[in-house]
Ligand binder design. Structure first.
Ligand SMILES: *[C@@H]1O[C@H](CO)[C@@H](O)[C@H](O)[C@H]1NC(C)=O
Ligand SMILES: *[C@@H]1O[C@H](CO)[C@@H](O)[C@H](O)[C@H]1NC(C)=O
Ligand SMILES: *[C@@H]1O[C@H](CO)[C@@H](O)[C@H](O)[C@H]1NC(C)=O
Ligand SMILES: *[C@@H]1O[C@H](CO)[C@@H](O)[C@H](O)[C@H]1NC(C)=O
Ligand SMILES: *[C@@H]1O[C@H](CO)[C@@H](O)[C@H](O)[C@H]1NC(C)=O
Ligand SMILES: *[C@@H]1O[C@H](CO)[C@@H](O)[C@H](O)[C@H]1NC(C)=O
Length: 427
């Protein structure tokens, strides 16, 4: 099966170009076209641009793994208590009956069904031994998050939980955020919220009590990892100034990496008890149940592809600009005339394609491909774009340096230093 979720636009974008520019600034930052034909002195030629796939619901493309593997309820069948009424303990989970089974896939099915479908763990029969579950989501592809991660619990929200990420296909893991009813007690961390973060502390890993406290299961069902609030630190509260965010992502590798993942792991460490004391006579009240997980993002293609395909259970970028690899991370074999480099969001709004050029710039090849791109950009892009860019760049690279050095300073214990690339768009 071949599923194409992004528009493959190879628009012939000639005279329309200037008209499109008038939508500026609303039009900036779409980066949905990798190349377009333009008229120049030499006739019809190609103009190459930085491009990226559209953001999509990434839960359609993942593999989910549970640890321990037999932690899902229902094998053998067991009874558990209703949340509304812990004295009603005749609900049944039975893996062998479809209506009573709660397999992991139900975290990713369509929401809005009645009754709600959800994954559920076994109950806390082994109390006081901790009830630990890892839910690992793997894409086998680097993806860039573009919106909040939202986990909806059908049980009470866990009293202790960690969201972790991997950037190297699950070999190493780093925490993304800690969640607890009492951060000091659970993780010896001061409780914070995303509102406490600034541009300089954006990469700090915090523990928050926002999604565990106030146990009113009916109304407070979600646990979030706030991507948009973090973007807003650069792009403004309503994400008006995406130029600032893009400029920052372009110049600060740590920041790009922060929003980039190959895997996510939800570590459930302690279920909701709704009280200070665990009722040992009724341990069937305690379990985890998740009805939905939202992960919005896009394939990371290093700004060299505007589409990403899911083929043979695998996501991969459809690389342009004579790049290749799952992330368009290298030049094609006969196009290694200069070192590969990622495309750039700057100058806004079309960025810089940084195409791969042929090995021998011989007589057959079109005149100087790299300068051609630049020449065309001058013709096509109005001055406003060109004149905006340098100031954005300068302002951001200054900030880039300061946040970069902060992130590596020794007292920044929670700072996030990760291997690997790249950017994000929120459109
Ligand atoms: C799951 O498997 C582990 C190890 O094989 C075993 O110790 C445990 O009792 C099992 N749990 C359940 C609920 O079957
Ligand atoms: C879950 O993952 C962590 C590391 O991310 C690991 O230490 C732990 O053993 C895993 N398994 C369980 C059941 O917690
Ligand atoms: C991940 O993708 C690579 C190709 O990029 C493939 O060789 C490998 O088998 C995949 N791994 C899994 C676990 O699917
Ligand atoms: C839970 O507690 C209630 C009230 O104490 C009791 O009637 C019920 O049998 C208990 N259920 C289980 C499964 O222990
Ligand atoms: C890449 O290579 C193909 C031929 O293999 C060529 O048609 C194309 O114009 C080249 N350049 C870019 C930037 O795609
Ligand atoms: C390509 O253009 C650049 C910039 O205009 C110039 O420095 C370079 O010498 C040109 N290369 C070739 C092979 O013409």
């Amino acid at each position: 099966m071949r599923f194409q979720f992004a528009l493959t636009l190879q628009a012939i974008w000639t005279g329309m170009c200037n008209a499109a520019m008038q939508h500026y600034p609303a039009a900036w930052g779409h980066y949905d076209v990798c190349k377009s034909q333009v008229y120049s002195d030499e006739g019809l030629t190609w103009d190459y641009m930085a491009c990226q796939p559209e953001a999509a619901d990434m839960t359609q493309f993942l593999k989910v793994t549970l640890d321990p593997p037999n932690i899902t309820c229902g094998d053998p069948p067991e009874t558990y208590c209703a949340l509304e009424n812990p004295y009603m303990c005749n609900n049944e989970c039975d893996a062998s009956t479809e209506e009573l089974a709660h397999p992991p896939q139900l975290m990713f099915d369509i929401e809005g069904r009645n009754p709600t479908t959800f994954w559920q763990s076994t109950t806390w029969k082994k109390y006081p031994k901790a009830l630990l579950v890892n839910i690992t989501l793997s894409w086998n592809k680097t993806i860039e998050l573009t919106d909040d991660i939202v986990i909806t619990f059908e049980s009470g929200r866990p009293e202790q939980m960690v969201l972790e990420k991997s950037l190297d296909y699950g070999r190493t893991w780093q925490p993304y955020q800690f969640y607890a009813t009492d951060c000091l007690d659970a993780f010896t961390m001061e409780p914070k919220t995303v509102q406490d973060l600034s541009q300089h502390t954006l990469l700090d890993i915090i523990c928050t009590e926002d999604y565990s406290r106030g146990y009113v299961w009916k109304y407070d069902k979600t646990v979030r990892f706030e991507i948009k609030d973090r973007f807003a630190l650069f792009a403004g509260p309503r994400l008006h100034n995406m130029a600032s965010l893009y400029g920052q992502l372009d110049t600060t590798k740590n920041l790009r990496d922060f929003f980039t993942i190959t895997d996510l792991r939800i570590r459930l460490l302690r279920p909701a008890t709704g009280a200070t004391m665990v009722d040992e006579s009724n341990l069937s009240r305690y379990f985890y149940a998740i009805s939905d997980i939202k992960v919005q993002g896009r394939c990371k293609c290093n700004l060299h592809a505007n589409s990403c395909v899911f083929d043979k259970e695998k996501l991969s970028c459809e690389c342009e600009h004579n790049t290749t690899g799952p992330d368009c991370g290298r030049c094609k074999r006969s196009y290694q005339g200069r070192a590969w480099s990622a495309g750039s969001y700057l100058p806004i709004p079309k960025g810089t394609a940084n195409i791969c050029v042929p090995n021998n710039i011989g007589p057959v090849i079109r005149p100087n491909v790299s300068s051609l791109g630049v020449a065309n950009r001058k013709e096509v892009a109005p001055q406003v774009a060109l004149s905006t860019a340098p100031s954005v760049h300068a302002a951001n690279s200054k900030r880039g340096r300061s946040s970069g050095s902060r992130a590596s300073s020794p007292d920044d214990t929670a700072a996030f230093l990760l291997p690997t690339p790249r950017h994000v768009c929120f459109c």
